[in-house]
Design a protein around this ligand. Sequence first.
Ligand code: NAP
Length: 311
Amino acid sequence: MTSPMFEKIALVGIGLIGSSLARVIRREGLAGRVAISTRSAATLKRTEELGLGDSYTTDAKEAVRDADLIIVSVPVGSSGAVAGEIAPALKKGAILTDVGSTKASVIAQMQPHVPDGVHFIPGHPLAGTEKSGPDAGFADLFDNRWCIFTPLPGTDPDALERLSEFWRRCGANIDTMDPQHHDMTLAIVSHLPHIIAYNIVGTADDLESVTKTEVIKYSASGFRDFTRLAASDPTMWRDVCLHNKDAILEMLARFSEDLAFLQRAIRWGDGDKLFDLFTRTRAVRRSIIEAGQDIDVPDFGRQAVEHPSKN
Ligand code: NAP
């Protein structure tokens, strides 16, 4: 076990991401102690039963007091309110970070509350599942996944390096980019796929000519792979859509144009166009496997990703 990187880490929000952090922090011995806060008494009770930290409270201010590293893991639409709540209790010299799936909006919401002398470094680990809550987390979640920082101008390089080292010890690889670039990139690699999945599953659910039983029974033909994304947390994804609006609308416009192209090729029996596109997209899948971002087994690697020991 390595020596603790931080004397006290405060985890504000203890769902899938917060609880995965709690587990990997414990496994790697990254903190002297871990203080956990969450909004509801029910989640707090469950977190305590799971033994994820050293102290538990529904008062975020109390959790962050004296903490050297504070990680906010709440839906992006709540990050401003949370920042406002904890700001008066933040210690000078502490690092404040978040894990939100959108960055420009989180920065706009949180930055105005950050007191002088606190290092605010926005972050986003590109790791997750469709599950939520403290039972859903697991220590390996961040293994070989990317954690993107969108540092603000004037960020202290030492604080950034400390936070990077923390995430490396959690298993992640580090990248940095500006918030707008992050939001545009994530709109295509994450937000649009989720929206398409929500849409297709909604369409299938609305169908009356095909029964619901048939949709479920024959789902392994392709539909099933969309249902995993479409089972993702409604609050989180509502907030992502509302807080990355411009980039998502841009990607949706491109998507609709390309879909019309595909529709036209099908209508006019243009097999060459279809074959060329499907060949190109197959190569993208190969590149993802080569980059170690999935494994080449049936089921899109889900069984392997679904870690057996979730505690
Ligand atoms: P989650 O499992 O649903 O947990 C959410 C946590 O935030 C819980 O502790 C919850 O408290 C708290 N919370 C919810 N609403 C709140 C509010 N209005 N004010 C204060 N606290 C509130 O969520 P998650 O999947 O860990 O996601 C957390 C963050 O990580 C989000 O910003 C998301 O965009 C980002 N993220 C998610 C994924 C993913 O795949 N899930 C991946 C990367 C990043 P109670 O349970 O006590 O109400």
